[in-house]
Design a binder for this molecule. Structure first.
Ligand SMILES: Nc1ncnc2c1ncn2[C@@H]1O[C@H](COP(=O)(O)OP(=O)(O)OP(=O)(O)O)[C@@H](O)[C@H]1O
Ligand SMILES: [Mg+2]
Length: 363
């Protein structure tokens, strides 16, 4: 057994094994076939709560309860779940945690790319065995989808719309017939009760390989929204940075609410094209400025503060990261950034040090 603490990034079911075990033990509600806990317990696992025995379940996802309930309810039906949203809205993260909570296994993943082949969704062959034995059960290499069908698991398909349309269509039989034919063996794999699929797709990729209407009908689509308020986004960044910092074993840096709030403010203002008070219109940069990027900017700032600074997160520790996140296109975005810096950052009370730090890294 691997010691989970030595892993750079444990899977959800490893990192939160104690929470999952406590939920399973406390859960006396009805469970769909093959689920290790009830839908109610899955929602509690995602959104957090305290169990009767005092076990604290940490929130994994911060967002509307209803969104999570709809997603979990979908998995208990015969329709698959499609998580849709702009980049960095936790689609992959939610998909992993849902699979971990429902089936205890989040690792049956197909990573969608333009090069994803049908084999990755259906099955392939071990060629050495295929040549020596011909097509046999032993020579067949199941895809994660096939394994999930056999073992009543959840298969995850990441970035579904990046997969070429004709390859996507391999999922149609799986989702409508719940069966995967293997013509070479004259057999099929029929899905066990409890099997389902969670796919993720990015709003911005729309048009790359639009989902066929036949496939779309097999999915219930749940849109993961951007954080509704500044406070919510600050909470997400604070929580995730603490987790990331702990897993990287960064030296302890005191909570830096002010600096996190500032990063989130810059991101929200540039993302929405207006200052938070609504008084001033702003140009928006080409990048997405997602919550995920805000988390990396702060985590990187903490590493700077811990190893090269005075152990406190300072404006200079986040300035370079912010500029890097905002300026993706060196010409157009630099103009947007400089305008924001000079017309907003410079004038704002309490932002003087931050302004100076940004000037220094903006060259
Ligand atoms: N509402 C949220 N609650 C909790 N964590 C969040 C939230 N939004 C973003 N995050 C965090 O942002 C990070 C990135 O999320 P993730 O990779 O799942 O995004 P994504 O939607 O799959 O993005 P992409 O479209 O780029 O694949 C994760 O660490 C996740 O914890
Ligand atoms: Mg993703």
């Amino acid at each position: 057994m691997t010691d989970v603490d030595t892993l750079l990034r444990p899977h959800a079911e490893q990192a939160f094994a104690h929470e999952i075990a406590a939920l399973v033990a406390a859960d006396d509600r009805p469970r769909p076939p093959a689920w290790q806990m009830s839908p109610w317990a899955v929602v509690t696992y995602l959104l957090g709560g305290t169990l009767p025995d005092g076990t604290v379940i940490t929130p994994k996802y911060v967002g509307p309860r209803r969104v999570v309930e709809v997603a979990v309810a979908t998995l208990a039906t015969d329709r698959a779940l499609l998580l849709l949203g702009v980049p960095g809205t936790a689609k992959t993260w939610v998909s992993e945690h849902l699979a971990a909570a429902v089936s205890g296994r989040s690792t049956l993943v197909v990573q969608g790319t333009s090069g994803t082949s049908e084999d990755a969704i259906r099955y392939g062959w071990n060629y050495a065995r295929l040549l020596s034995e011909g097509p046999t059960d032993a020579a067949l290499v199941p895809s994660p989808v096939m394994t999930a069908m056999r073992e009543a698991g959840i298969a995850r398909v990441e970035e579904l719309t990046r997969i070429p349309s004709d390859v996507q269509d391999a999922l149609i039989t799986v989702l409508s017939e719940k069966s995967l034919p293997v013509p070479e063996l004259g057999s099929e794999v029929q899905a066990a009760k409890g099997f389902n699929v969670i796919a993720t797709a990015n709003d911005r990729d729309r048009g790359v390989n639009e989902l066929s209407s036949a496939l779309r009908r097999r999915f219930n689509t749940v849109v993961l929204p951007l954080p509704a308020t500044q406070d919510e986004e600050v909470e997400i960044v604070t929580r995730r940075v603490a987790q990331v910092g702990a897993s990287l074993e960064l030296p302890e840096v005191p909570p830096a609410d002010e600096e996190i709030r500032r990063v989130v403010t810059v991101f929200r203002e540039l993302r929405s094209g207006s200052t938070l008070d609504g008084r001033q219109a702003l140009k928006t940069p080409s990048g997405t400025l997602s919550t995920a990027e805000a988390i990396s900017v702060v985590a990187h700032g903490l590493a700077l503060a811990a190893h090269f600074g005075d152990g406190v997160l300072r404006p200079a520790d986040v300035a370079a990261g912010i500029v890097g996140a905002v300026v993706k296109d060196p010409v157009a975005d630099t103009a947007v950034w400089v305008e924001y810096l000079e017309s907003v950052v410079r004038e704002r009370d309490g932002w003087h040090d931050f302004y100076g730090a940004c000037r220094e890294v903006s060259g």
